[in-house]
Design a protein around this ligand. Structure first.
Ligand code: PHE
Length: 445
């Protein structure tokens, strides 16, 4: 799940850039929360209602009311919203580049519930049982069976199982993360999968009858053990040309791009695509050749395919020059009218409504042993909503005598639609201190 929050990258020694979430896992296997996760209080009762269904809470529950309020907002299906514009541009590209007997080849699933089982989100994608991405510090768990999907890949296996061989999934995904201008605990992904029979994959080759998708072989950096080299190479080629074409359709024909090796448990080989935009290389998506074991488990044993997933906010922020990810959730007309009633394929550059001043307040506390920064970030979001623009851990130390740890966070407050007074900020800040002391067992210093 890199990309996609895939924007947290971890450069390795050999300069290959790997998504840190998956990288961690390939380096060490932490035991995933064997000890019961302290249930976050935020007044979650014994059951929670999500999209008309009721779920019993248990020791794994860590969804907050602030997060649950976002479920069902459907920004990506809201006409005139920038995320909807982006989706329509991407669908238009696919519908013109991929046609089968005069009809769009890819079917679009943009209304699947974000409530999935842990099995769908992880096991179906071959994520090992002790993989770090399963940590309750990273994902929102509803209970021991259900969670809010952390990526749209959670639907890959089930959609292949229904017999589809080319589809897109678009939807909201949920991850516990830092607070800054590019991170928000809910964001949107667009996923695509294309499967090929041997007839389809080799149809343009000189001797298609002599070629085969599968052979018993060995896995190396370039291919899986079950795939022939031709299979691996043709899948890589069709995948890369699809995505390069998509990026050019969005950002212009002269766009500079580069492919970087990556790791995902459900694809091999895997890559990330970076584009050079406004003077910097920006990671745009994660992709790869689908693990054959996954494709087989979905019943498509005579096919091989590729998949990719991209983060829509990241794309929209670059394409429309949107400076802060909170703006996607804004109900302010200053933001929305700049996209509303515009044609989705019109070039749009967001003009920031005057920025209101920031207020900066620090908070320091002694932390208990089980403390995690993501618990604090969730608490800040629950108490202050979108008034907090950024939270940074600016100091941490361990007391040499008592062995107690201390954290100091800098909170930057800024309302997107009005100026905040110092009193307003002080009052929220005090509420954050009080809630942290009460709910996270910290001791304010
Ligand atoms: N699900 C991955 C993520 O969230 C992206 C991905 C999708 C990678 C499909 C490979 C194939 O980072």
């Amino acid at each position: 799940m890199s990309l996609t929050r895939c924007w947290r990258l971890w450069p390795t020694a050999d300069k290959t850039v790997l998504p840190c979430r998956w990288l961690y896992a390939s380096l060490h296997t932490s035991s995933i929360c064997k000890k019961s996760h302290k249930k976050l209080q935020y007044s979650i009762g014994n059951t929670i209602e999500i999209l008309g269904k009721s779920y019993e809470t248990d020791h794994l529950t860590n969804t907050t009311p602030a997060i649950l309020k976002k479920v069902g907002t459907n920004l990506h299906n809201t006409p005139g919203h920038p995320l909807n514009h982006i989706c329509r541009r991407i669908e238009t590209y696919f519908n013109s580049a991929y046609v089968r007997r005069g009809n769009p080849r890819f079917s679009v699933y943009n209304r699947l519930s974000p409530v999935v089982t842990h099995e769908q989100n992880f096991d179906s994608l071959l994520v090992p049982a002790n993989h770090v991405s399963r940590s309750p510090q990273d994902s929102y768990y509803i209970n021991s069976e259900y969670m809010l999907r952390a990526h749209t890949s959670a639907h890959q296996r089930d959609l292949v199982r229904t017999g589809l061989d080319a589809f897109m999934v678009i939807g909201d995904v949920y991850r516990r993360d830092a607070i800054d201008s590019t991170h928000y605990p809910v964001f949107h992904q667009l996923e695509a999968v294309q499967l090929f029979s041997d007839f389809e994959l080799f149809s343009d080759m000189p001797n298609p009858e002599s070629m085969s998708l599968f052979e018993p072989g060995v896995r190396d950096d370039n291919k899986q053990e079950r795939h022939t080299l031709q299979t691996a190479l043709l899948l890589e080629q069709t995948l890369k040309s699809c995505l390069e074409g998509l990026m050019r359709a969005l950002f212009g024909q002269d766009l500079q791009m580069r492919w970087v090796g990556a790791y995902f448990p459900f694809t091999h080989p895997s890559w990330e695509l970076e584009i050079f935009y406004q003077g910097e290389w920006v990671e745009m998506l994660g992709c790869g050749v689908m693990e054959q074991k996954l494709v087989d488990s979905a019943g498509a044993t005579d096919k091989a395919g590729w998949a990719f997933g991209l983060g829509l906010e990241r794309l929209a922020m670059k394409l429309y020059s949107i400076p802060d990810i909170r703006l996607f959730w804004s109900t302010d007309s200053g933001f929305l009218t700049q996209f509303k009633n515009k044609n989705f394929d019109e070039p749009i550059t967001y003009k920031p409504v005057s920025k209101h001043p920031q207020c900066v307040n620090d908070i320091s506390f002694w932390i208990p042993e089980s403390f995690s920064s993501n618990d604090f970030y969730d608490l800040v979001r629950s108490v202050a909503g979108d008034l907090v623009e950024q939270v940074t851990l600016i100091d941490e130390f361990v007391h040499p005598k008592t062995g107690r740890g201390s954290h100091c966070y800098r909170l930057v407050y800024r309302h997107m639609e009005k100026a905040l007074t110092q009193e307003e900020v002080n009052s929220i800040h005090q509420q954050i201190e009080a809630s942290a002391a009460e709910q996270l067992d910290v001791q304010i210093r």
